[in-house]
Structure formats: C-alpha cells, structure tokens
Design a protein around this ligand. Structure first.
Ligand code: 5GP
Ligand code: 5GP
Ligand code: 5GP
Length: 203
C-alpha cells in the first residue's frame, strides 16, 4: 500500500450522453466537443485508493473563485438533473481531493487538474493519429498508441456502451506523480473492457 500517486481521468462527453442513462448539460450550457476532466484521484501503487479522508475540510467555492470559469469549461458536469458543477466538484474534492491535502490544498488540487488538462491535449493527440469523434471505430491499440505517442505515457482506456450496445471510448486514465504535476507510467492497470472495435462517437 506504500507510495501514493494520482490517476487523472478525462471523459468524452459524447460517450456519457449517448448511453441509456443519457445526460444533462450544465446550467451554463452545452460543453465544448472536447474531453472534460472527471477527476484527479490519489491512488496507492497496488491500485487501491483512499477516499473521503477529511470530513473537516469540506469543499469551499470561495477558495477557488479564480478558477471557476476554467472549471466550468474544462470540468463540466453532465449528470442529471442539470446543475452548475458545484455538486460534482464538491464530490470530487471530498471523496478524492481530501486524500491529498497534505500535499496540495483545495486551490492547488483543482489547479493541478486544470494544468494537467492543459498540458495533455487528448483530442489533438487522437486527431493527429486520424482518430476522429465522428462515429467511426478504432482498435484499442490505435487509441492507446496515439495517446502514448503524444504524451510519452501509456494510458488506460475505459469503454462503456451506447444505447445500441456498441463499445465506445468513454474515459482516458493517465498516472501522475505525487506532486500532481507530471505524468508517470501507471504502477498498475485495471482490467479493460473495450471491444475489439471501439467507437468514438460525436458530441
Ligand atoms: P467506476 O466504478 O465507474 O469505474 O468508478 C466509480 C468511482 O470509483 C469513480 O468515480 C472514482 O471515484 C472511483 N474510482 C474508480 N477507479 C479508481 C481508481 O483507479 N482510483 C481512484 N482513486 N478512484 C477510482
Ligand atoms: P466518482 O465516479 O468520481 O466517484 O463520482 C462521480 C459522481 O459525481 C457520481 O455520483 C455522479 O453522479 C457525480 N457526477 C456529477 N457530474 C458528473 C459527470 O459529469 N460525470 C460523472 N462520471 N459523474 C458525475
Ligand atoms: P453516482 O452515484 O456516483 O452519482 O453515479 C454512479 C454512476 O452513474 C457513475 O458512473 C456516473 O457516471 C453515472 N451517472 C450518474 N448520473 C448520470 C447521468 O445523469 N447520466 C449518465 N450517463 N450517467 C450518470
């Protein structure tokens, strides 16, 4: 259980929304057709992770007022019912962020995730390898290879299924060092569940 790093996850909004559960756009409007942050999650090297580490340090939006407009753009909520994002960010801070508070405070936590998103342009990485969000399908190796070529690190690709049962690119996981700022190779990978052909739907 020793050694705590982070898992940084981004989600493709098209794949969250075209499922049976569907989605709701945030009250601030439809997000851009880009990956959005899901979370920055402290992890142990064996793949297990702590959660809800400090109930005495709740989410406080006044601490991140300078980041609010970037968060609305880069870390949009798509859960129903439609909301501003505060509930999603509160959940992410309280479940995950509080487990890294000895390394980064609340402002540092959200800023670290925003900086990672900026540094890793996932959509561009995929598009420069010819992988477009237009409903075409690709192999998992194609997708993984494109992210690896662009970032230097092997991602974990999570798939989900759309309403007609097709396997599609849902989330991309990359691992981050203990400071929350630089990518590292992942110590462990979860089991994949992508089909042999993975669709990249529009949004
Ligand atoms: P799911 O079951 O949808 O994969 O994950 C549900 C939740 O479990 C995620 O939103 C996240 O909070 C947590 N989770 C899943 N995988 C990981 C992981 O590798 N590390 C951490 N820290 N949390 C995870
Ligand atoms: P995690 O999977 O990180 O534990 O937490 C996801 C939680 O945040 C879920 O309870 C979900 O309802 C809420 N949530 C709010 N907006 C979103 C969103 O856009 N995507 C995901 N995966 N969860 C969201
Ligand atoms: P939570 O209970 O943690 O809110 O969410 C449980 C699971 O349901 C998460 O994997 C989350 O991504 C998903 N989920 C919650 N609300 C919605 C929603 O409105 N639309 C979709 N597509 N998934 C949702």
């Amino acid at each position: 259980m020793k050694g705590k790093t982070f898992v940084f996850t981004e989600k493709w909004p098209g794949s969250y929304c075209d499922t049976k559960t569907s989605c709701c756009y945030p009250t601030t409007g439809k997000p851009a057709a880009d990956f959005g942050i899901h979370g920055l999650w402290p992890n142990y090297n064996d793949g297990s992770y702590p959660s809800n580490c400090d109930p005495s340090n709740p989410f406080d939006q006044s601490e991140i007022s300078d980041l609010r407009s970037s968060m609305q753009k880069e870390w949009p909520t798509l859960a129903c019912p439609s909301s501003s994002g505060i509930a999603f960010w509160t959940h992410e801070w309280e479940k995950h962020g509080t487990c890294s508070e000895s390394v980064i405070d609340q402002h540092g936590y959200f800023e670290a995730a925003l900086n990672l998103k900026k540094k890793i342009n996932l959509l561009q990485a995929l598009q420069s390898a010819g992988i477009q969000p237009n409903g075409d399908s690709y192999t998992l190796q194609n997708i993984t290879g494109a992210v690896k070529d662009a970032t230097g690190f092997t991602p974990f690709i999570e798939c989900n299924v759309d309403e007609s049962g097709n396997s599609q690119l849902y989330q991309v996981y990359l691992c981050v060092d203990t400071s929350g700022s630089d990518l590292i190779e992942c110590p462990v990978f979860p089991h994949g569940q992508c089909g042999t052909q993975t669709e990249f739907p529009t949004f």
